[in-house]
Structures are given as C-alpha cells and as structure tokens.
Design a protein around this ligand. Structure first.
Ligand SMILES: C[S@@+](CC[C@H](N)C(=O)[O-])C[C@H]1O[C@@H](n2cnc3c(N)ncnc32)[C@H](O)[C@@H]1O
Length: 291
C-alpha cells in the first residue's frame, strides 16, 4: 500500500470513528430524553463516562446491540426500565463505610447534637440502608436515638425496600464488624442483629425512628429542615450542573449550623456553595453551614 493509500485509509477510519461517536451521543440523548419525558427520571446531567459504560452494559444485558434498541425496549416495557434504573443507580454500600468518617462524626458532631432538643437527619441516596442502620446504632450508643428522626431516601425503590427490611447478607458481617469497631463502636456488633440462614436481620428497635421515602435529587424538592445531611458517594456520578443543583437543595434544607457529610472522594470546594460552609473536618468531608 502506498503512503497515499495509508493516509486515505486512516482518514476514512477516523471519519467512521467520529460518526460512531456522534451517533452514540445522539442515541444517548434520545434515550435519556425519552426516560425523562415518559418516566420523569432525569439522568441527563449524570457524568457521561460512567453513564455511558452502564448504558452499554445494560444494552448487552438485555440481549441488544444498540442504544436505540434499548430506548425502544425501555419505553415499551416498564420492567426493562426498572432494570435499567437499578443498574444506573449503583447501589454499592457498606455499614460504617470509611470508618474514620464515622469515628470523626462521633467525636466532633455527636457532642454538638447532644445540645439539641431533637435531631433530624437526612440520608440522601441511602441505597440499601447500611449507612442508615450505622447511624441508628451510633445514635443509640450515644444515647441520642430517642430524640432523633432519620429520613432515608433514594430514587431506587428496590434498594429502599431492602433498606426497610433491614436484612443483610451474613457474609458481610465480618467486614461490617471490623468497620464498626474502627468507627468507635462500643459493644459487640452481633448484639444488633439475629442471624437466620444466610442473612441477618437487624433488631426492629433500630428502625423505630427511621422514615423511608422515594426522593429523586435531580427532580424532587426540599421536604424538611435538617440538622444533618449525609450524602455520600452519590454526587460523584453527577456533572457539575447537577451537583450544584443538589447542593442548592441541601443548603435550603439544612438549618443554620447544620452539618453536611460528603463521601471520601467528594468536596464542597469547586461548587457554588463553598463559601456557605466551614470544614469541621476537612479530610473526612464534614462541613458546617455558616451562611
Ligand atoms: C453508591 S450508592 C451510595 C450509598 C451510600 N450513601 C454510601 O455511601 O454507601 C449511590 C446511591 O445514590 C442513589 N442515587 C443516584 N442518583 C440519585 C438521585 N438522582 N436521587 C436520589 N438517589 C440517587 C442510587 O440509587 C444509589 O443508591
């Protein structure tokens, strides 16, 4: 092949690649617009790389070969839409995830909460509830649970159902016990659950002040005023615009001196609300609203 032929071939391949990328972008937009218009779920401002990966994964999982084919199936079959929501929602979680963050919360935030007559906590994007039961255990050990209400929300109804049941895989208890102790747990972790076959069920007293509800951070509004908001490992999947929108929602929903807890890879910096908070603990991403 002459060098002219090679150049022409390379140009052709580049053009094909460009066309495919353009087409993929159009198909993604059509899929996300369709879901938004038909089902009211808004994924249009999720970060593209992970969204794209998950959509393609789902295309193949449904036995399809194009995003357009997925759009057709999602719009015509509600079950397919439910499955897509589940795979887009990334429900990965743990009890006392990042134990150091829970330990710091216990050391720096619990003393502040002790001075309040009642405590309202919102776990936004609570997934299957591990974070919420961790909070209930910590408040119980600190003698604060009776005056607390924990609002646990997620857009994913399947995850929420599991959270309400409080049933978890027994295999995970070894890791969760380790996390609990590192997070400053003061008892034997097994006091909090009963094992049954391959699962454990957490004691119902932990659920008595929990309220579970579907809430979508992209489309739903503020619904109460809170002393603490936990939103960990949720906004990493959002683009800057949606992240800012959600920070607006949290700012509106936090009382003065309210506490915002973000995930290990998240930060209030580089958002429009960075000036509205001071860091109670910068490395554990625990902030206090000051404006
Ligand atoms: C990786 S999990 C984080 C769970 C827990 N906060 C933790 O850190 O272990 C992310 C959760 O965010 C939820 N989520 C994603 N987008 C959401 C949205 N727009 N509104 C509410 N929840 C959302 C997902 O359904 C998922 O359960």
């Amino acid at each position: 092949m002459s060098s002219d032929d090679l150049t022409e071939l390379s140009l052709k391949l580049n053009m094909e690649e460009k066309n495919e990328t353009e087409l993929e972008q159009i198909e993604m937009e059509l899929l996300l617009n369709g879901i938004h218009q038909y089902y009211g779920y808004d994924f249009r401002n999720y970060a593209v790389p992970s969204l794209r990966r998950r959509i393609w994964h789902h295309v193949y999982a449904e036995g399809l070969t194009t995003i357009s084919a997925l759009q057709n199936k999602v719009l015509h079959e509600r079950d397919c839409f439910e499955r897509l929501i589940f795979s887009l929602s990334i429900p990965v979680t743990e009890m006392f995830r990042d134990p150091q963050a829970f330990l710091t919360f216990r050391q720096k935030v619990i003393p502040l909460l002790r001075t309040y007559p009642y405590i309202r906590i919102w776990h936004a994007g609570c997934s299957t509830g591990e974070e919420v039961y961790s909070m209930a255990i910590m408040l119980h050990e600190e003698g604060l649970y009776d005056k607390a209400r924990i609002y646990a929300t997620d857009m994913n109804s399947r995850s929420l159902q599991q959270a309400k049941e409080g049933v978890f895989d027994i295999k995970k208890m070894k890791q969760y016990t380790k996390n609990y102790l590192e997070a400053g747990g003061t008892r034997s972790f097994s006091e909090y659950y009963t094992a049954k076959y391959n699962s454990v069920i957490f004691h119902p007293f932990l659920k008595k002040n929990m309220i579970f509800a579907e809430h979508n951070l992209a489309t739903d509004r503020s619904f109460n005023e809170f002393n603490v908001i936990f939103c960990r490992n949720v906004m990493i999947y959002f683009n800057d615009e949606l992240r800012d929108h959600v920070h607006g929602l949290f700012h509106e929903s936090l009382s003065h001196f309210g506490i915002l807890v973000l995930g290990a890879k998240e930060s209030i910096h580089f958002t429009s609300f960075s000036e509205a908070y001071e860091a109670l603990d910068r490395s554990e991403k625990i902030y206090r609203k000051i404006k």
